[in-house]
Ligand binder design. Structure first.
Ligand code: DLL
Length: 441
């Protein structure tokens, strides 16, 4: 392909999302060859990995050749903490973010000005997918700070031409006051936090249908179709799913469109592969596996074949919205979310799916694992509406049994369901913590 000037010049959303596939593949290959070379020339860790395998960047002659390259995993970021994977000198870096993770040091990610432009462009395209435009008033309740959600959404919404309210997460009563008084039309938040907002609005006597809010741009944690239906009904809005991760850019990697059938991956920037998580072998489109992403444009910190641990399937059917970029199915689980109970692999999202299938249960739940005389117990604590809670014991018992059955139907083992009063389960302002494992494994 002819050198189009700057490797990662970006086009208006409409052009890139709808590129003919042969043009898109050409662009991806051109960018892949360049980014591999950039990483090889500037990142010692990556160069050593290729040298060990006797590979040079020239090995990439086609997109399929990407499979010759080694994976990058989260521990590579930890082992080179803080700046070991940077491919740009510090003077070129205009932003750092970090993600805390559960143990030890955070991982650090960096952006040059060009990276910021790409990230912002990906977010503009995300918002465009969700039907937002100039004139929308966007309440950004993703956390601002080292988390990429707040600033990522902020820059994109501003570039789109919308009016941005940088409220960040927390102070829920104020969120509702602002939503009402500033005539907010779209909100960005984690789905679990938005459910809390709906609940609080109800307590404050504010009816969601009387607000001009029409869209929610939700992501940063796994959620189910059942949760989406609940949010759309209770919040009187359309709920869009957006996906991203710090290591790759932050939010802006993929988004659902108006069809809400899978998330379009902005694959001219982020090249997706699906691999078998056990063998590491690439799987064809249409098969479920672990999502691996390569940043085709990232200058400060190129990520080559990053193993996300997120489980999904690439969809190849053309979307009726007309975009040519591929879609992936909603990410309902991470391979490291999984817990094993009595030998059975279970994901928290399966529990969510089961309980939302039963009327009267609220999407506030927590999974508690305990071990008693060597035997694992799975308890699911679920809030029910005030009406149900004050109802006859027999009604409660019936609901409890219904949910137990629904869970058993999906995961094939028995869980103890405990119905709890409204407002018992802790609310999150960001990512919800669904699992408490007290088994001391
Ligand atoms: O959560 C970036 C983000 C912010 C995405 C705001 C969307 C909206 P991290 O904190 O690095 O970055 O967490 C990334 O969160 O690997 C997934 O496991 C999970 N995740 C993110 N979006 C979704 C989603 C941000 N829509 C990790 N569905 C990822 C399911 C999601 N899981």
């Amino acid at each position: 392909m002819d050198n189009p000037g700057k490797i990662c010049d970006f086009n208006p959303a409409s052009a890139t999302d709808y590129l003919p596939l042969d043009k898109l593949r050409q662009l991806q290959l051109f960018r892949l060859q360049n980014i591999v070379k950039r990483a090889y020339d500037n990142v010692e860790h990556f160069r050593n990995r290729l040298d060990e395998r006797n590979i040079t960047p020239d090995a990439i002659k086609s997109l399929e050749d990407i499979a010759k390259l080694p994976f990058t995993v989260k521990t590579d970021l930890r082992d080179t903490y803080p700046f070991g994977l940077f491919a740009s000198p510090m003077q070129e870096i205009v932003r750092l973010h970090a993600s805390s993770g559960t143990t030890g040091k955070p991982i650090v990610v960096a952006y040059t000005q060009e990276d910021m432009n790409v990230w912002t462009d990906a977010m503009v395209r995300t918002f465009a997918c969700c039907g937002l435009h100039k004139g929308d008033v966007v309440q950004n309740a993703y956390g601002y700070g080292l988390f990429t959600g707040g600033l990522g959404a902020h820059y994109g919404a501003e570039k789109l031409g919308a009016t941005v309210i940088p409220i960040s997460g927390g102070n829920t009563e104020r969120q509702i006051m602002v939503m009402k008084d500033f005539a907010v039309t779209a909100i960005c938040a984690t789905p679990s936090y938005f459910i809390h907002i709906i609940e609080k609005a109800e307590q404050m006597g504010i009816k969601m249908e009387q607000l001009p809010l029409r869209a929610g741009i939700f992501g940063a944690e796994p959620w189910t179709d059942g949760m989406r239906d609940y949010i759309e009904q209770a919040g009187k809005i359309k709920a869009y799913d957006i996906y991203g991760l710090s290591e790759i850019t932050g939010p802006g990697v993929a988004s659902v469109c108006q069809e809400q059938e899978g998330l379009h991956i902005f694959e001219d920037y982020f090249y997706p592969e699906i691999i078998d998580p056990e063998s590491g072998q690439p799987l064809p489109d249409g098969q479920e596996g672990e999502l691996v992403l390569t940043t085709l444009c990232k200058q400060a910190m190129p990520m080559i074949r990053y193993r996300t641990r997120d489980i999904t399937t690439l969809m190849t059917e053309k979307c009726s919205c007309g975009r040519t970029i591929r879609r992936m199915k909603r990410i309902g689980r991470r391979s490291d979310d999984m817990f094993i109970i009595r030998g059975v692999n279970v994901f928290p999202s399966q529990i969510e799916e089961a309980l939302l299938a039963v009327e009267g249960a609220l999407p506030h739940y927590q999974i508690v694992l305990t071990r008693d005389s060597g035997l694992d117990n799975l308890e699911v604590q679920i809030e029910v509406t005030a009406n149900v809670f004050s109802d006859k014991i027999s009604t409660m018992e019936k609901l409890q049994r219904q949910i137990e059955k629904s869970i058993e139907h999906i995961i094939n083992i028995r869980a103890r369901v405990k119905l709890v009063a409204p407002n018992t389960i802790p609310r999150s302002q960001g990512k919800a913590k669904r699992l408490i494992d007290n088994r001391q494994l």
